[in-house]
Design a protein around this ligand. Structure first.
Ligand code: G1P
Length: 309
């Protein structure tokens, strides 16, 4: 692929998915199960993330795991005994579902040995990614695009094709949520796309009065390979961790970084209420569950004295 001036523009082929967090907000469920394996009805959160990457055109995925995360590797692997049992009992159609995306891309794993944060996790991808821009998808975030829109990561990749540089997805959050996220300060500079802005600076989890905007980093990124040099130069900061946001901030002082404000719905599965909302929204949408779940919610609200909006 090349731009108007004929320069080669590297294609985004590889993705990194950090999935090494301890998931303490989901104890006791996460005592022996990775939070990324929490199901939305019958599909683990991480499978949604891998499917989004594959549907966006990613061919190669590096998942950053850690202690207690072996269930992730097993999930994307073949399971001959289970497949034999499904075949023997005439349920072949389930075989495709259990093999799923593991067949459609190459998945690699590396373990994060210390709990030093997202910056440390991403740095582990350096050798695998090499010298090309790559996608980063947080393993505990589900993105639901608006009906008819491309998958979340694809929207970022499309923006990258317009403006080949680091681009992070952002969404507007209420003022009292800014200290949960990385927040960007948009620069006043026009770009080829209406919802794309150049980033002047980024700050991780600012105090409410100190946030430069209410545009929060939404868990999807296209990163230039120079991010790895920036990760070498950052120090432990917010929460006693190495923050990816600090490294992107350094990068933004040296090369263009953009933010894409998208319309997709984002569920932060690290948060119990968001997880519950995601589960309910999906249950209300899936043809095999929608009617029964809707009827149940209406009945439950009526019997508790509330009525659905
Ligand atoms: C991380 C990032 C933050 C981003 C958030 C999105 O925070 O550090 O910049 O806004 O993911 O979910 P964490 O959720 O790991 O605290």
């Amino acid at each position: 692929m090349s731009d108007e001036a004929g320069r080669q523009r590297p294609r985004i082929r590889k993705a990194v998915i950090p999935a090494a967090g301890l998931g303490t907000r989901f104890l006791p469920a996460t005592k022996s199960m990775p939070k990324e394996m929490l199901p939305i009805i019958d599909k683990p959160v991480l499978q949604f993330v891998v499917e989004e990457a594959v549907a966006s055109g990613i061919e190669d995925i590096l998942i950053i795991t850690g202690r207690g995360k072996r269930a992730i590797e097993n999930h994307f692997d073949f399971h001959p005994q289970l497949e034999a049992m499904l075949r023997a009992t005439g349920r072949e159609e389930l075989i495709d579902q259990v093999r799923d995306v593991g067949d459609r891309c190459r998945i690699f794993y590396i373990r994060q040995r210390r709990q030093l944060g997202l910056g440390d996790a991403v740095a582990l991808g350096r050798e695998h990614v090499g010298d090309e821009p790559f996608a980063l998808l947080l393993g505990d975030t589900i993105i639901d695009p608006q009906t008819g829109s491309p998958p979340g990561l694809r929207q970022l990749m499309d923006a990258y094709e317009q403006q080949p540089a680091t681009v992070v997805a952002v969404h507007a959050v209420p003022d009292d949520w800014v200290s949960r996220y990385g927040i960007i300060e948009p620069a006043r500079e026009s770009t080829p796309m209406q919802n794309l802005s150049r980033v002047a600076r980024l700050v991780e989890k600012p105090e409410p009065g100190e946030a430069p905007s209410n545009l929060a980093i939404a868990g999807r990124y296209i990163l230039a390979p120079q991010i790895f040099e920036c990760l070498d130069r950052i120090h432990v900061s917010v929460g006693g961790e190495l923050q990816l946001t600090d490294a992107i901030n350094l990068l933004a002082s040296e090369q263009a970084v953009y933010a894409l404000a998208w319309n997709a719905k984002r569920y932060d599965i690290g948060n119990r209420i968001e997880y519950a909302k995601c589960f309910i929204d999906h249950a209300l949408r899936r043809p095999d569950t929608a009617d029964a779940v809707r009827a149940h919610i209406q009945q439950a609200l009526a019997s508790s004295g509330d009525s659905p909006a």
